[in-house]
Design a protein around this ligand. Structure first.
Ligand code: NAG
Ligand code: NAG
Ligand code: NAG
Ligand code: NAG
Ligand code: NAG
Ligand code: NAG
Length: 391
């Protein structure tokens, strides 16, 4: 009799822990309480969700929490949603996460949704003071990012990410990945706080998102295919950028980008493609379309720069960029530019001139006058109204 009861009890435990099926996995039932470090609780809840054979939800309820660096990895057995309603604070001390390359990494899984009205607070202020990477090539790296790596068919929505120590979101090697309705912010003067960096990924969508940071709004590294950026507001920051490309030997081509219905407010650049001179490889940048954009006081609204060389990099200008840029269109782009009369700069490579560049209905003003276009090694096709190129 006793044995039978024990057997039933043990079986129930087994059902609970080994064959967990579904339901809400609230971190509070794993010891994750407000005002404490939830690293262990979140990690345990994830492990259980990942083992579940039916869809599971990990819940971080409202409240303020601390967390150390954490990796949540698959493969998992069924879809998982992580709902973040609370505020998660990274350690304020820049050194405390040296061992980790990122604050929170979610990766190697299929059908992951990260949602909620919560906040990821990178507490970057102390790090920004120590970050001298804009003037020192051997600078100490501060690698605290929210990273999504090797995720398929996944969505991140609604969250707020603020004051990241470096990049806010890093999307690497993801396929069919949607970012929808995020709010990303860091002060104008914070270094390297890019909003979203995307590399080696395909079918990525960034929509309905507000990004105000000290560096690129969205930057695209090598190997991306089929990226759509729509209904995004950028500024302050450095705008939407493809590249820089051509610095490393193992880079892959970038193809397929649509940037549509976006607004740039007081940014350094609007839309930009940048490649290093004397590039290490011959890859291509093709099929990029920029349309229905509003530029509000932007320094360089439209810029292709194939002689890109940031201050800290020692670039050899011995040979031109080998990266081939083709099939690029700029359509229905309106607003104001500041700094120089050239609202459009198309500085293509003398080695591989740009091909298939079209401009249609560009209406940019500098101090009330029509902004000019400066072009080298490119003969854009112009339709509708758009400035013709000055040499
Ligand atoms: C993601 O999709 C790729 C390509 O189809 C596949 O090779 C990979 O195993 C998938 N990864 C996961 C974690 O499901
Ligand atoms: C892309 O991912 C979404 C969200 O998980 C899913 O609903 C959709 O079916 C996926 N699309 C394809 C083509 O697999
Ligand atoms: C974190 O961001 C930095 C840039 O600030 C980047 O160089 C680095 O590759 C990122 N690390 C990871 C692990 O994604
Ligand atoms: C491009 O990505 C979108 C999702 O952003 C997807 O619906 C579409 O099927 C993809 N196209 C190709 C050719 O992969
Ligand atoms: C364009 O984007 C803005 C957000 O910046 C959004 O409010 C508006 O609805 C979008 N328009 C269309 C036609 O999608
Ligand atoms: C240029 O891009 C458009 C839009 O994506 C695509 O339909 C077209 O095939 C491309 N043209 C060439 C010549 O590659």
């Amino acid at each position: 009799m006793k044995l039978a009861i024990i057997t039933i009890f043990v079986s129930l435990l087994l059902v609970k822990y080994c064959f967990a099926t579904s339901g809400n996995l609230d971190i509070s039932s794993f010891g994750g309480k407000p005002n404490s470090d939830i690293s262990k609780a979140l990690s345990s809840a994830w492990t259980q969700a990942c083992a579940s054979t039916t869809a599971a939800k990990v819940l971080i309820p409202s409240g303020t929490y601390q967390m150390g660096a954490l990796e949540l990895k698959g493969p998992c057995k069924a879809p998982i949603e992580i709902q973040i309603d609370g505020t998660i604070k990274a350690p304020a001390n820049p050194a405390s996460n040296d061992v980790a390359s990122q604050f929170l990494m979610i990766g190697n899984a299929d059908s992951i949704t990260v949602s909620g009205n919560g906040v990821i607070d990178g507490q970057g202020a102390n790090t920004w003071k120590q970050n001298d990477c804009h003037k020192n090539a051997d600078c100490k790296g501060f690698t605290m990012n929210l990273s999504f790596k090797f995720l398929n068919n996944s969505i991140v929505r609604d969250l707020t990410s603020k004051d990241s120590k470096t990049f806010h979101f890093n999307v690497i090697s993801c396929n069919n990945f949607t970012i929808d309705g995020l709010k990303i912010s860091a002060p104008d003067e914070s270094p390297n706080t890019d909003g979203i960096h995307i590399a080696r990924s395909s079918s990525v969508k960034v929509i309905n998102t507000n990004i105000a940071t000290g560096d690129d709004c969205i930057s695209m590294g090598d190997g991306n295919k089929n990226v759509t950026i729509e209904n995004v507001v950028c500024g302050p920051g450095h705008g939407i950028s493809v590249g820089s490309l051509g610095k490393y030997k193992d880079e892959e081509s970038v193809e397929g980008l649509l940037v549509k219905n976006c607004t740039f407010k007081g940014t350094l650049n609007g839309v930009r493609i940048k490649t290093f001179p004397n590039s290490q490889i011959q890859i291509s940048v093709t099929d990029m379309h920029f349309e229905d954009l509003i530029m509000d006081n932007v320094e360089n609204p439209i810029i292709i720069d194939q002689e890109y060389c940031p201050l800290v990099t020692k670039c050899s200008t011995q040979s031109p960029s080998k990266i081939k840029i083709s099939n690029i269109s700029f359509k229905n782009i309106k607003g104001t530019t500041k700094a120089t009369p050239e609202g459009i700069i198309l500085a293509c490579s003398s080695g591989v001139p740009c091909q298939g560049i079209t401009m249609a209905d560009i209406d940019l003003k500098f101090n009330g006058a029509v902004a000019k276009a400066k072009c080298t090694n490119v003969k854009p096709t112009i339709t509708g109204t758009a400035p013709t190129c000055d040499a």
